[in-house]
Structure formats: C-alpha cells, structure tokens
Design a protein. Structure first.
Length: 181
C-alpha cells in the first residue's frame, strides 16, 4: 500500500460526517502500486478479512467494493461469483462505481497509530499539515503494523526511502519495540 484513508462513500449526502452519514457507508480508500500488489490480491485480502455472506444490519456498515475501472469491476464481480459458488450462499457485498469519497474526520484517521502519541508527534514533525499526516505512507505503514500486519523488520525496511531521516526511523522503531500488539 502507498496510502490509506478512512471515510464515507456510496451515498448522495453531501459532506457526510460520522454523526451524520446520511446514506453513505464507512469505507477505506486505498492507494496502491500495482507493480507491488495486484488488484486481485487486494480483493483476496478484502474477501478474507470479513464474512461477506453476512447481511449488514445497517447501511453504515454495509460491504461494498467501489471500483475505478471496468477491469476492477470485472475482477470484483468475478471473485464475488467464485466466492458465492464456493460458499454456496449469497454474498451481500455490493460492487458499485466509485464516486465521491469523503475523508472521515481527522480523529478517525490512523486509528491504531493515534493511540501512541509519541509516534504521532514524531510523524507530525515531518508532516505538519493534518492532510499530509493522514496521507503519509509512513503513517499508513506504522498504522498497519500496529493493527497486526507484518513484523518490525518489514516495517523498518518499508519506512526507508519515504523521506524520513535515519534518526527518525530509528526513534520510531525503538518506540515500537516496546509496543505490544
């Protein structure tokens, strides 16, 4: 992943917020490098990360795939049909064209990372604008690590080449050594 951002999509309400979603659903916007991870692999991760045969109890938490191209639509539909066939039950995930994505409020961004204020301060020193912090690849990678993905060596390697000084990377990795996930 290059960047992730949580927010709201799929509805018609203008400028939704967490407390006034209107007809939107909570979602995540993922920017990825197709040379490093394929869209098909992202779909596999999506299908494995939740129970798509469970019907959502509200629009807020409905399962969606928002596609950005005909190829993405085709792959999403194909994998959904394969899953339905294998499970022999209906998959309730909707596959719809991506329209407007509204970023969630700052306090929702990088949820796991925000629990560790020294790390947030370190990253905000490098990315002082709230939007820059939210869209930071480093923040996305650290948030993913804190969410249980990857190991510390993978994270350190992933942080190199992102514009962080070796000193900042060392301070981040040192801080994370003491963090239990």
């Amino acid at each position: 992943m290059i960047r992730t951002q949580v927010g709201y999509a799929g509805g018609t309400t203008k400028n939704p917020t967490y407390h006034d979603l209107g007809d939107h659903s909570e979602t995540i916007d993922i920017e990825f490098d197709p040379k490093r991870i394929s869209y098909k692999k992202l779909l596999d991760i999506f299908w494995e990360s939740h129970e798509p045969a469970a019907k959502s109890f509200s629009r807020q938490y409905a399962s969606f795939i928002f596609f950005h191209s005909e190829e993405q639509r085709r792959l999403a539909q194909e994998t959904k049909e394969q899953l339905e066939s294998g499970k022999r039950q209906k998959v309730y995930t909707e596959i719809v064209s991506a329209r407007i994505f509204y970023p969630a409020e700052d306090y929702h961004q990088k949820y796991y990372l925000r629990r560790y204020s020294p790390l947030v301060k370190e990253l905000i020193a490098v990315h002082p604008a709230p939007d820059d912090f939210t869209k930071s690849t480093a923040a996305a990678r650290i948030n993913g690590y804190l969410g249980g993905n990857g190991n510390l060596e993978q994270l350190k390697k992933g942080l190199e080449g992102l514009g962080l000084s070796p000193d900042v990377i060392d301070r981040i990795v040192s801080a994370l050594r003491g963090v239990s996930r």
